[in-house]
Design a binder for this molecule. Structure first.
Ligand code: HDE
Length: 709
């Protein structure tokens, strides 16, 4: 039957995602306990028994239902990205991108498209810690007027493998080993590095995994990348290749590895809590959507294949244009219903966005839809409130486990006359139509020669890092390979992978992990394919460092602290958007030297410097004398120093660094470089401002250099 014109009956505008979710919310205020069938229940603490001390009766339907529901609460966790946290928000494009795409959410600047974003780690189980060394997922569901669009990205712009058929192999190698299910949420084990040493296409991504990008300060401080090259298509059918980016407004910042490991113990929910707390406090995380636009036909122009997901397109070659803003402004009501049940599918695209032949992307087009069947128990997962589009859904799909919709038409097939031909075929102009592309070739199970270079971009990344970032990367390799038990695996990683990226790095790692360093004169396997020797955009040091918004500052006090000084510094920091928390010996009031008092929100026991961005110890002879006698308080300062965090010490507290074992002479220039703000007097004008500047710098890597002679 030929396509008919879409009915032109005026339809009410679709509800916002928030409104759409409302009927599903169970508000339980002023309600009475019932069974799932709505039968009121007046006693739920004792099962029905034959006699007070007798056996429980099968007749007790309330007990059986309650237990049955409990027994079936768990669903399979995601095969990868099991650990995550989500938030609602919206996306708005700055200016119409109709030149490139017909997608409504990218062409209508007045439209605030609702989104749900889920951030995740990859390797760990649902209950694993947030701050492990890992890639982070950054998946966004746009509830557009033309259906759901899912941009399922990561916080790194490349991937470990080039063809999706290797994904099960890669994931098996990085997950806990099969015989003993060890280690949890860690890549520092034999099977991953065995895989890396045998599959050189992993080299570039491994550099990212060993870099500070793998230990982000928070989800709000990391970039996002669509990774693959996608295609935008405008209303005239003209296509433009595109790489998607998310740029965090607060800049890209990371933890220190020792700190990240400690946070895993002190607060395994560190990133989840950070996301939740900042949204609750109204400090909504923001990211800008960036596009790299490439004319069709230029797939091979840059010296590598744009279909190869182990390559990035340097921003210096094709700049990232910022086209819109993502704001996360609402926490989910229920973790399971929303964050756990949200189902991202790379194949969810809207008219105006299309795929390319990247073989990694092609595999994903199958996997996501497929995995939801097991994870969410059947094919009706798109009807779950969090997954439901905000626009109408009409088709002849039916039945299956957990079906919600009640289709009323007698016609459940196409074409039909019994249902008046409905749902009718959409007008191709507003429908998703796969872009026509001429394809020909031999059926072949092989890799294109244009995917052959595995090392030059790994080298480019390494060369683009600042000195401290490079040192962290080498230390990460030494740590990870240091945990590999088989010497031949360590040896192969050094001689088959690292030496092809950077010889000095390979030698350093070889020495640290006890294997023979690569032979002198051994040439790298591949030569750089591009003239670009470094891409400054890849260094986190080149991202914004100008704000202390939402930075957490711990203030260590004991009785006798300098109260007025604390108020002044706090006012300055809070005025600039920082979160200041007083940490004391107990949660009871602490008296200041000038007659005031503070009620700490944390104690030396419940807080830890690894949970803060900066530490401040106000003056006050008595207070500082007490703090010096408390090992946990001294440790607070010591760790903040070791982790290169801004430290503010005034009056008597200037001696805290010595107490912590660091005798750095107090000298203006040196203090600035080290991010230690010290003032011999209790109150100095500008003290708070100088501290704020040091916090905005994020970390003071000069402290990692050998101490001044
Ligand atoms: Fe995924 N990936 N992936 N992945 N991925 C999943 O889908 C898969 C890849 C990414 O918060 C799974 O619903 C294959 C690249 C994120 O719910 C699964 C391949 C990128 C999330 C799956 C890749 C990603 C997933 C597991 C290679 C960055 C979490 C549960 C061909 C661009 C989404 C699920 C969320 C989740 C398959 C590679 C990102 C098994 C086969 C490249 C952010 O279907």
């Amino acid at each position: 039957m030929p396509p008919r014109k879409t009915p032109s009956k005026p339809k009410p505008p679709p509800p916002s995602k928030n409104e759409q979710l409302e009927p599903y919310r169970m508000h339980q205020e002023d309600t009475v306990l019932t069974t799932d069938q709505g039968i009121p229940i007046s006693e739920t603490d004792n099962s029905l028994k034959a006699g007070l001390r007798g056996p429980t009766l099968l007749e007790d339907f309330h007990f059986r239902e309650k237990m049955m529901r409990f027994d079936h609460e768990r669903i399979p966790e995601r095969a990868v990205h099991a650990r995550g946290a989500g938030a609602h928000g919206y996306f708005q494009v700055y200016e119409s991108l109709e030149r490139y795409t017909q997608a409504r959410f990218l062409t209508d600047p007045s439209l605030k498209t609702p989104v749900f974003v889920r951030f995740s780690t990859v390797g760990g189980s649902r209950g694993s810690a947030d701050t492990v060394r890992d890639v982070r997922g950054f998946a966004t569901k746009f509830y557009t007027p033309e259906g759901n669009y899912d941009l399922v990205g990561n916080n790194m712009p490349v991937f470990f493998i080039q063809d999706g058929i290797k994904f099960p192999d890669f994931v098996h190698s990085v997950k806990p080993e099969p015989h003993n299910e060890i280690p949890q949420a860690s890549s520092a084990h034999d099977s991953l590095w065995d895989f890396v040493s045998l599959v050189p296409e992993t080299a570039h991504m491994v550099m990212w995994l060993m870099s500070d990008r793998a230990i982000p300060r928070s989800f709000r401080h990391m970039e996002g990348f669509g990774v693959h090259t996608y295609r935008l298509v405008n209303a005239k059918g003209k296509a433009t290749l595109v790489k998607f980016h998310w740029k965090p407004v607060l800049g890209t910042h990371s933890l220190v590895w020792d700190e990240a490991q400690k946070v895993s113990g002190k607060d395994p929910d560190f990133h989840r809590r950070d996301l939740w707390d900042t949204i609750e406090s109204g400090n909504f995380p923001e990211y800008e959507l960036g596009l790299q636009l490439i004319p069709e036909g230029d797939e091979l122009k840059y010296g590598f294949d744009l279909l190869d997901a182990t390559k990035l397109l340097p921003e210096e070659l094709v700049p990232v244009q910022k086209v819109g803003k993502l704001v996360l402004d609402r926490n989910p009501d229920n973790f399971f219903a929303e964050t756990e049940q949200v189902a991202f599918c790379v194949s969810n695209v809207v008219p105006g966005i299309d795929f390319t032949n990247d073989p990694l992307l092609q595999a994903r087009l199958f996997s996501y839809l497929d995995t939801q069947l097991t994870r969410l128990g059947g094919p009706n997962f798109a009807e779950l409130p969090i997954n439901k589009p905000v626009c109408p859904v009409n088709n002849h799909q039916q039945d299956g486990f957990g079906r919600q919709s009640i289709n009323t038409s007698r016609a459940n097939y196409h074409p039909n006359s019994l249902g008046g031909g409905c749902p009718m075929l959409a007008n191709p102009k507003s429908a998703f139509v796969h872009r026509q592309e001429r394809v020909e070739g031999h059926k072949i199970r092989a890799r294109s020669g244009s995917f052959a270079d595995h090392f030059s971009q790994a080298t480019l990344f390494y060369n683009s890092l600042s000195q401290p970032e490079r040192e962290h990367l080498v230390a990460a390799l030494e740590f990870e390979l240091g945990k590999v038990e088989r010497e031949e695996i360590r040896e192969r990683v050094v001689n088959k992978v690292l030496v092809n990226i950077d010889r000095d790095m390979a030698v350093r790692v070889a020495n640290a992990v006890g294997v023979a360093p690569p032979k002198l004169g051994k040439q790298p396997e591949s030569k750089p394919v591009s003239k670009l020797t470094a891409s400054p955009a890849l260094s986190q040091l080149n991202t914004p460092h100008d704000s202390i918004m939402t930075r957490k500052v711990a203030v260590l006090v004991a009785d006798g602290f300098a109260g007025r000084e604390l108020s002044q510094v706090r006012k300055t920091l809070e005025g600039l958007g920082a979160i200041v928390e007083v940490v004391g010996p107990t949660l009871g009031p602490v008296a200041s030297a000038d007659g005031g008092e503070e009620k700490p929100v944390k104690t030396y026991l419940t807080a830890s410097s690894v949970l803060y961005d900066a530490v401040y110890v106000p003056g006050g002879e008595r207070s500082v004398a007490t703090l010096k006698k408390v090992p946990l308080a001294v440790d607070f300062v010591r760790e903040a120093y070791v982790h290169c965090k801004a430290l503010a010490l005034s009056g008597a507290a200037t001696s805290m660094l010595d107490a912590a074992g660091f005798s750095t002479p107090m000298a203006k220039g040196l203090d600035d470089a080290l991010g230690v703000i010290r003032s011999a007097k209790n109150e100095t004008r500008g003290f708070g401002q100088m501290f704020a500047k040091a916090i905005a710098a994020h970390r003071h890597w000069a402290r990692e250099a050998p101490p001044p002679a």
